[in-house]
Design a protein around this ligand. Structure first.
Ligand code: S3P
Length: 429
């Protein structure tokens, strides 16, 4: 499908709430499924990725009622899951497969994971290797690096593991396996990554100890279901923050957005680039997750250098940050972001080639991008390459282009933001 995007001197104005956080929505279903009793979830992200997680748990015998953004999970406890009669298909979702590999490595039955063409290229060894150290039996192409992967449920033993990559998915997979392993499991992070798994273990009544970058869980824990309100996804809000900052005449307010400090690198970058922005944190937020309101207004931005331990705090926002940088005064350099190569697409290449088609001057490097500022963009044919965040970045770019943008594979956007174009229409003046 091709979407034609054509705007004449738009400005974006108004207030909105973005859909629920993808990372938290996945985890809410996972913990709800292995908890005892019912879990109700509101403001669940009804995006394809999180629906894949629901689908996997239904195949594991968990009764889940989903009504739009309201979800009810009838938890079975860790021991109540049953052997699936079908393959577990995670679609496009890296979070589903990596976390489920950990969560299900210790169940007493066998299962097989598959996914779409993008997942088929993404590395799973980063999760499989530590899980094997714990005793998991996981096999697949390229020595268990690529789907389809089969898990032969087996008894696990706790390990101490130093993460070679800054990845919340790998950290979470090991912690989830550790919850069923014999003894204690410790993960030592390279850099702090999103800590939703840690927070959710606590809000479901479990125990976890966090000492700097050292995180420990013990096995044999059980969880109790409850109610979860998922905050808006800051990674989705990022598209409006960027649009508000770079589209002349704009002013956008985003309410009820998650402001967990492990996710707010985009706010730090906007401040560094000189954005006109107010951020209010709501004291009453639940789940141990900060929630608040951000207002952003158009202003002239300046280029910056982004690298080091901020990268995991904004890894998913780099495509839209790159677009902002094309409008800033001066050059922007993004480094230490080699993880971009193993996202839904190779995002270093995708950003450079697709924004390049609209006239941006972006040089891909081994670990990031060099972006020239003050670029005027023109219309053209671009492709999301089936990557939701590339698709949304190109759609926001079309607001600045002086001709129509034809976006191929726009449907990928529904992976994390099914109502993206409705919200865009609502904000356009
Ligand atoms: C996620 C972690 C990140 C992020 C992804 C969601 C999570 O991936 O890019 O969108 O929910 O744990 P990595 O762990 O590969 O960095």
């Amino acid at each position: 499908m091709v979407k034609r995007l054509e705007f004449t001197h738009p400005s974006l104005k108004g207030k909105l709430e973005v859909p629920g956080d993808k990372s938290i929505s996945h985890r809410a279903v996972m913990f709800g499924s292995v908890a005892e009793g019912e879990t109700t979830i509101s403001h669940f992200l009804e995006g394809e990725d999180c629906l894949s997680t629901i689908d996997c748990f239904r195949k594991l015998g968990v009764n889940i009622e989903q009504n739009g953004t309201d979800v009810k999970v009838f938890g079975k406890g860790f021991t109540g899951l049953s052997a699936p009669s079908e393959v577990l298909d995670v679609g496009n979702s890296g979070t589903s497969i990596r976390l489920l590999l950990g969560l299900l490595a210790g169940v007493p039955f066998d299962l097989t994971f598959t996914g779409d063409e993008s997942i088929a290229k993404r590395p799973m060894k980063r999760v499989v290797a530590p899980l094997r150290q714990m005793g998991a039996q996981i096999n697949g192409r390229d020595d268990g690096n690529l789907i389809p992967l089969t898990v032969k449920g087996s008894a696990l033993t706790g390990i101490e593991y130093e993460l070679p990559v800054a990845s919340a998915q790998v950290k979470s997979a090991i912690l989830l396996a550790g919850l069923q392993a014999d003894g204690e499991t410790t993960v030592i992070e390279k850099e702090r990554t999103r800590d939703h798994t840690e927070k959710m273990i606590q809000s479901f009544g479990g125990h976890i100890s966090v000492d700097g970058l050292r995180i420990t869980v013990r096995g044999g824990q059980s969880f109790k279901g409850g109610h979860i309100t998922v905050p808006g996804d800051i990674s989705s809000a990022a598209f409006w923050l960027a649009a508000g900052a770079i589209v002349p005449g704009s002013e956008i307010t985003i309410e009820n957005v998650g402001l967990n400090p492990t996710r707010t690198g985009i706010i730090d970058v906007l401040r560094e680039m000189g954005a006109d922005m107010d951020v209010f944190v709501d004291e009453k937020a639940g789940l141990g997750e900060e929630v608040g309101t951000i207002t952003i207004r158009y202003s002239k931005l300046r280029g910056t250098i982004i690298g080091g331990d901020i990268i995991p705090r904004l890894i998913d926002e780099i495509p839209i940050i790159a677009l902002m940088a094309t409008q800033a005064k001066g050059q922007t350099i993004i480094k230490n972001a080699e993880e971009l190569k193993v996202k839904e697409t190779n995002r270093i290449d995708a950003i450079a080639t697709q924004l390049g088609r609209l006239g941006a001057m972006i040089t891909p490097t081994d670990d990031g991008l060099i972006i020239e500022g003050e670029q005027s963009l023109h219309g053209g044919k671009v492709d999301s390459l089936t990557d939701h965040r590339i698709g949304m970045t190109l759609s926001i770019a079309s607001l600045l282009s002086d001709g129509p943008v034809e976006l191929e594979n726009e449907s990928a956007i529904s992976v994390s933001y099914p109502s993206f174009f409705d919200d865009l229409e609502r904000l356009i003046n």
